[in-house]
Design a protein around this ligand. Structure first.
Ligand SMILES: Nc1ncnc2c1ncn2[C@@H]1O[C@H](COP(=O)(O)OP(=O)(O)OP(=O)(O)O)[C@@H](O)[C@H]1O
Ligand SMILES: [Mg+2]
Length: 339
């Protein structure tokens, strides 16, 4: 199958209207509307229990909604489930590979399940292993893979059928920063090849890295949405965290940044417990200006990092309240920019 035979629908690869799914008293989806334009990435951001996985399961035809409608790659979830399944790929929140099987065998089996001939399934499996840098591990059982390797095998598995729409359900939760970057690079590559992606995440940084548009959900409802840049503007920018080599310099450093009156920078605050100075910034130019200023003053630094708003801060900014789920985890949202 090629991507050319996909029925077009107004440039949207995914269209969701009024989607409702209740589990007993729990309103997992409580009237969700969203669109994903063809060839773009929609990030669905929400805390634990927001309804992200439920949404992905409905859009994969794994469960039926109680009300509402959804079309994916031109196929209706309720009336065309078979056609729809042929056009999607799914990397679930929990690894779905068979631990006992080798990497190659996992992919070969999926190819056969997708009706590829033995020869095509073999070729496609080898191609995907190569692409996800797993060729050397191809013959080892997945049980021996590291977390990152498994996640890559999962991604490879979801790409075997050349899906036009790919769902990634929290693809990097629990991964170390290096592996996370590798997964992001692969996702970007798929998007570059024309795949439409619906990505769920609890990390603002992941959304910022990958998504064109963002939908924020909480308790089964969309509470904000729009282009990532627009939302960021609403939420506020990043915090630049500066760690002087000598903690006794904290106040002097904060004072120097505040007194410099750099364009658009209101001031700096010293966090003595954390040993850092925090500077709210909204642009890369401001970051550069602060770093240059520190150089001029000759401060010795132990580290500089930028910090994106956490999910809690995003919720606070868009709703004026904290996220409903109590378990929203602390997020490792530090991007090292210098050391
Ligand atoms: N099969 C089920 N039976 C009963 N309740 C369910 C079921 N699946 C989900 N729920 C409930 O629906 C709500 C939404 O769950 P869902 O798994 O969609 O959240 P999520 O946003 O994916 O959360 P997480 O970030 O923890 O993965 C939760 O309150 C959950 O307990
Ligand atoms: Mg989930």
């Amino acid at each position: 199958m090629t991507r050319n035979d996909i029925p077009r629908s107004d440039g949207n690869a995914v269209e969701v209207r009024g989607l409702v799914k209740h589990f007993g008293e729990t309103k997992a989806l409580d009237g969700v509307d969203l669109d994903v334009r063809e060839g773009t990435v929609l990030g669905v951001l929400g805390p634990n229990g927001a309804g992200k996985t439920t949404l992905v399961r409905v859009l994969s035809t794994l469960i039926r909604p109680d009300a509402g409608s959804a079309r994916v790659a031109g196929c209706d979830v309720l009336t065309q489930p078979r056609e729809l399944r042929r056009r999607i790929g799914l990397t679930g929140q929990y690894a779905s590979v068979d631990e006992k099987l080798a990497g190659f065998e996992n992919l070969y089996m999926i190819g056969r399940l997708l009706d590829l001939s033995r020869k095509d399934a073999r070729r496609r499996a080898a191609e995907m292993l190569e692409r996800f840098s797993l060729t050397e591990a191809a013959k080892r059982p997945a049980a021996q893979y590291s977390g990152g390797m498994r996640r890559r095998l999962d991604l490879a598995a979801s790409m075997i059928g050349r899906p036009s729409v790919l769902y990634l359900d929290e693809p990097t939760t629990g991964l170390d920063p290096r592996t996370r970057n590798e997964v992001w690079a692969e996702v970007r590559r798929m998007v570059g090849e024309g795949t439409t992606v619906l990505l769920t995440t609890q990390y603002m940084e992941e959304a910022e890295q990958l998504a064109d548009e963002l939908t924020v959900i909480d308790r089964g409802r969309v509470i904000a949405g729009g282009r990532v840049e627009e939302l960021k503007a609403k939420i506020g920018g990043r915090t630049l965290q500066i760690r002087p080599a000598d903690p006794a310099e904290l106040l002097r450093l904060a004072d120097a940044v505040t007194r410099a009156g750099l364009d658009g920078i209101a001031g700096a605050t010293a966090d003595e417990a954390g040993g850092v100075v925090n500077v709210p910034i909204v642009s890369d130019a401001q970051l550069t200006a602060v770093v240059a200023l520190l150089g001029e003053h000759g401060f010795a630094l132990a580290g500089i990092s930028t910090h994106l708003p956490s999910l809690d801060e995003v919720f606070l900014a868009v709703t004026g309240q904290k996220a409903s789920a109590t378990a929203a985890q602390d997020t490792p949202e530090l991007q090292e920019v210098a050391a």
